[in-house]
Design a protein around this ligand. Sequence first.
Ligand code: UD1
Ligand code: UDP
Length: 382
Amino acid sequence: MPLKVYIVFGTRPEAIKMAPVCHELLRDSKNFDVTICVTAQHREMLDQVLDIFGIIPDIDLNLMKSGQDLSEITTSILSEMRKLFKKNKPDLVLVHGDTTTSFATALAAFYEKIEIGHVEAGLRTYDIHAPYPEEFNRQIISKIANYHFAPTKTSQDNLVKEGVSKKNIFVTGNTVIDSLFWITKKSKNYIKSIEADISKKLNFDLLKSKYILITGHRRENFGDGFINICKSLTNLANNFSEINFVYPVHLNPNVQDPVKKYLSNVRNIFLIDPLEYEHFVHLLQNSYIVLTDSGGIQEEAPSFGKPVLVMREVTERPEAVKAGTVKLVGSNQSNIEKSISKLILDENEYKKMSLAHNPYGDGKSSSKIANVLKKKLVSTHV
Ligand code: UD1
Ligand code: UDP
């Protein structure tokens, strides 16, 4: 009998990183009976990814509410997953990373005594407030997961130090690299139309312009953090008037409000809606510098040799920092301005940070995860 696996996710980055796992397990219907369940903690931003990867969820809980708070999402997911797991008990639930969808789903599975596989396990800052609440979510999932798919040796070491048995940890690389390879290969055939689409949205020619790509959405930057970020972008845009600043703005109202208020009327700042993954990857690939607080972008940008300045005080992804392509600048206005200015004005600094480097995998992480599950579970399952 095939192993009954629920793959559960809810936000844009989880969808991007779980899509190759879905494809891999769905391909092997002899061994895996897969149910794809989305909480839709995100709606539009999740649907963009489902479309691109051709994933049709079996269950869509459609839970997103505008301006949702953490208790609200946690309780609604916990309660819906409880019902689902009671009704249709899977052998294994796969969750990803650090979102509230992953935390609440893992908790519901734990309460129903269902085994849990954690993809992208073992990333740590050991500061429970940064990233918030993601560091807490990750640590809790590690306490209750049965199988830990760690992207790197560093993340494996974190888990071992916390007492997770090495035999349940599998270093697989990060599935984001599988997705990155998949999307770049897929879009090769119609790259010109992608370029034209983006240029139209931006009102300038993507290939002829030097631009800094910006993204930001972290809860710990809400309020003063975002205001500082916006002020530094305004000053930089005024000081470097020949450079464009492109900012696909996350749909969270805590981000939309300050960003639109402070940046809407700056000539060379371009605020656009969140982009489809293949468009975003192309924008990233052609960018000059990346300024972000995103987790996934810290993993993707080094593949393209892009210098990345990260608006956080700490990161759970130290590998690219060690390699020299990622630098932490926090959300302090003058730090951001100084660091970007240095990269623009100092050619050596720019060159030092723009070496292509890929500490996060070889694009085969999802097949490694599927193989582990086959060996560990399918073989013992009757
Ligand atoms: C969530 C995750 C975070 C992840 C991020 C990726 C938690 C606690 N946070 O943060 O770890 O890095 O996603 O982007 O799990 N919204 C829309 N449409 C969408 C998506 C969001 O309108 O498609 C708006 C809604 O008003 C929603 C709000 O954004 O209430 C916040 O969404 P939420 O998932 O709670 O937080 P994120 O900041 O997106
Ligand atoms: N991304 C996207 N469109 C955008 C911005 C980002 O497809 O307009 C992708 C990006 O390539 C990366 C992921 O979304 O894979 C990162 O998501 P986000 O920054 O929202 O979350 P995090 O990684 O911080 O959890």
